[in-house]
Design a binder for this molecule. Structure first.
Ligand code: LMR
Length: 390
């Protein structure tokens, strides 16, 4: 028997838990005030149009729909880059893109090592290890686990990484910590990557959940200002609420047009041996929304309201913790971005939350703030306080 997955395995355990007061704050999924993961209105509308107008379920090209790729490039790059330098794949979710990126590193650049932040998304290491990419980690979190250790990060990249190696970065809403570099720090990071000839591999799963759709691309632009090459894997699971439709992408930024064409030929080879060609429906929804100005406007609004509500929940959690049990100061969570907060709870406390209160959070202490609810905040905070005080 393989062990359960560090994140999705918790949902399996949650579903099997008979406690009627259970709470799932593990997997990164947005829930509204009624505890449901809603289908966005713009998505419902786009689906109506697709049902009425779709003409075929024939295969897409190996690299996906050109229309979708062009919307993806608009969202991530705007007009900041010559499009002939981009090799874009439509992939099944962000994970599909990461797995193809891993295949590319392993088949084209071996024995390249990949430096990942410590901590990082629990699935990053197995995805890259599955393709045999050797992994190393760089410092990311301060010793008290409440802020970025920028000096440690830059020192590790300067002193330990070797020229030509790859570095995994989270463009925004770092998963699991919610702690992102400032724009000045991104410029510093970008310069170190360029000085050391390190290849940025950027995971961009939460566009729009940090400061805003455009604002969240600034880290990528800072990196590309100093570096000619990068691989960017993005997901539309969260910002379009299209989790189960598996919509994402991989963009390889090359130094020039002929390198981009060569890279694309290799990427297609890797896709063909993996999922062959991407699924149509979710990407067609994204394209339908982004090619209609009313639907796009409605999407912007819905995304902003998810982002704002998550921030309110984070504030409410911090406020409620102040008066729960003997009172606990969680104000270090306030500057964190995106769906998650890194609570500082240790493995034993996380287990206790699960076993004694049926509250499920990830083993690293990561809490999915986007899964909290206003109504049940007191229940959550009382349980956290009890665990901290026991
Ligand atoms: C998460 O970190 O919870 C999400 O990215 C979902 C997943 O696939 O793990």
């Amino acid at each position: 028997m393989a062990p359960p997955d560090a994140i999705l395995g918790l949902t399996e355990a949650f579903l099997a838990d008979p406690n009627p007061n259970k709470m799932n704050l593990s997997v990164g999924v947005y829930k509204d005030a009624t505890g449901k993961t809603p289908i966005l209105k713009c998505v419902k509308e786009a689906e109506k149009q697709l049902v009425a107008n779709e003409l075929t379920k024939g295969y897409l090209p190996i690299n996906g729909s050109p229309d979708y790729s062009s919307h993806l490039a608009d969202l991530i790059f705007g007009d900041t880059i010559d499009r002939s330098r981009l090799a874009i794949l439509q992939t099944p979710g962000g994970t599909g893109g990461l797995r193809i990126a891993a295949g590319f590193l392993a088949s084209q650049l071996a024995p390249i090592r990949l430096w990942t932040p410590n901590p990082t998304w629990a699935n990053h290491l197995p995805v890259f290890a599955s393709e045999g990419v050797p992994l190393e980690s760089y410092r990311y979190l301060s010793a008290d686990r409440t802020s970025l250790d920028i000096d440690g990060m830059l020192d590790d990249l300067k002193e330990k990484a070797k020229p030509g190696e790859a570095v995994l970065l989270h463009a925004c809403c770092h998963n699991p910590t919610g702690i992102d570099p400032t724009s000045e720090q991104w410029t510093e990071i970008a310069k170190v990557l360029a000085d050391k000839h390190l290849l940025p591999v950027i995971d961009f799963a939460y566009q729009g959940f940090g400061k805003g759709l455009q604002e969240d691309t600034s880290s990528i632009h800072a990196v590309l200002k100093e570096n000619d090459e990068a691989i960017i894997c993005n997901s539309f699971s969260k910002n379009f609420g299209l989790y189960s439709e598996r919509v994402g992408g991989l963009t390889l930024v090359a130094a020039n047009d002929s390198a981009a064409k060569a890279a694309m030929s290799q990427l297609k080879k890797i896709v063909r041996c993996n999922f062959s060609n991407p699924p149509r429906h979710g990407a067609a929804i994204v394209s339908a929304i982004l090619s209609d100005s009313d639907l796009t406007a409605s999407w912007h609004e819905e995304l902003a309201s998810m982002r704002d509500r998550i921030q309110q929940l984070r504030n409410q959690f911090v406020e409620t913790m102040k008066t729960s049990g003997s009172g606990h100061d969680f104000s270090f969570l306030l500057p964190q971005n995106g769906m998650f907060s890194y609570s500082g709870l240790n493995k034993m406390q996380v287990d206790q939350l699960k076993n004694e209160h049926s509250i499920y959070i990830v083993g690293s202490g990561r809490i999915n703030v986007a899964g909290m609810s206003e109504d049940r905040m007191q229940q959550l905070c009382d349980a956290v306080a009890q665990v901290l005080e026991s």
